[in-house]
Design a protein around this ligand. Structure first.
Ligand SMILES: [Zn+2]
Length: 303
């Protein structure tokens, strides 16, 4: 039997060079997925395509994004069409077969989890609705853990030599994350039943997790900025529903919330949408800490 010497050499290198692919390159569409990748693969080179101060629905397919995706071994994105306006173009121009849809190098979080609010039907009159369900799922700790498990699976398949190390990092993250989740739930128990006015469905999964309710949206329709006619209607909603706050995400224009706060006395608050929104939010743990602390403060001021 002839032995393929190239094959033997490759197998030898794979078996005896555990660090051969230690520097896996990860492209994260949003910083929450960059932060998640860092938990599982701290040695990886991680590039965040957007910041917490940027609207992930509206991103320019810049040359820097294209060159970063071209180098990536793994891309992690929210999916459910959140990035439909820019990612397909970046994928096409990057021309990297590893991160094409359907490859193990292209991970969409929404393919792993159960999406909330999948509409029965969609038509143009409804505005820019999330036709595949809400993609802003990173404030649900259980869903984030499911995504972390899939990040581990993908890394193990892309870089099998380091599979044991990714698995150990996942186990460690999973333990810390579950402990933190219980602490957050205990701490936030008083928020159950609280109402808020929001901007877009950005924190839908957070409210779902904590038992809160967004009773009105500053957007007249999904994807449309607040109008004065719409804000005027919300004055009545605020009086009737008595929300604890008017919540905008760190990337959203706060002026509508400020106007409504001045008219109604309901306090406006900016919540960090992702890691990096301010200096205190350095990872997923401090991100959750920050949003829960801010909501609790609103609640305690509300009485
Ligand atoms: Zn959205």
């Amino acid at each position: 039997m002839r032995i393929n010497s190239k094959f033997v050499a490759a197998a030898f290198i794979a078996a005896f060079s555990p660090q051969a692919l230690a520097n896996v390159t990860v492209f994260a569409c949003e910083p929450e997925y960059g932060a998640l990748a860092k938990e599982i693969a701290p040695q990886a080179k991680i590039y965040n395509a957007t910041t917490a101060l940027q609207d992930p629905h509206q991103v320019q397919a810049r040359p820097s994004l294209i060159s970063q995706l071209r180098r990536a071994d793994l891309a992690i994105c929210a999916g459910a069409d959140l990035e439909i306006g820019w990612l397909p173009m970046v994928q096409m121009k990057a021309n990297n077969p590893e991160v094409r849809n359907g490859q193990s190098g292209m991970l969409f979080a929404s393919d792993v989890i159960e999406n909330l609010d999948i509409p029965a039907s969609v038509d143009r009159s409804m505005g820019d609705v999330h036709a595949l369900g809400n993609p802003h799922m990173h404030f649900d700790p259980k869903r984030m853990l499911q995504v972390a498990e899939e990040v581990n699976n993908r890394l193990a398949s892309i870089d099998p030599d380091n599979a044991a190390s990714y698995q150990a990092n996942l186990d460690d993250f999973s333990k810390r994350w579950q402990t933190a989740t219980e602490q957050w739930q205990t701490k936030a128990a008083s928020l159950k039943g609280s109402k808020v006015i929001g901007y877009h469905s950005s924190f839908r999964y957070l409210y779902n997790w904590l038992g809160m309710k967004q009773v009105a949206d500053l957007e007249p329709k999904p994807g449309l900025p607040p109008t004065s006619a719409h804000l005027a209607k919300l004055v009545k909603v605020a009086e009737q529903q008595k929300p604890i706050g008017i919540i905008v995400a760190s990337y959203q224009d706060p002026r509508g919330a400020e106007w409504l706060e001045n008219r109604t006395g309901v306090k406006g608050e900016i919540l960090p949408m992702s890691v990096g929104a301010d200096d205190s939010v350095t990872d997923l743990f401090t991100l959750y800490d920050s949003v829960i602390n801010k909501l609790l403060e609103l609640k305690s001021n509300h009485g």
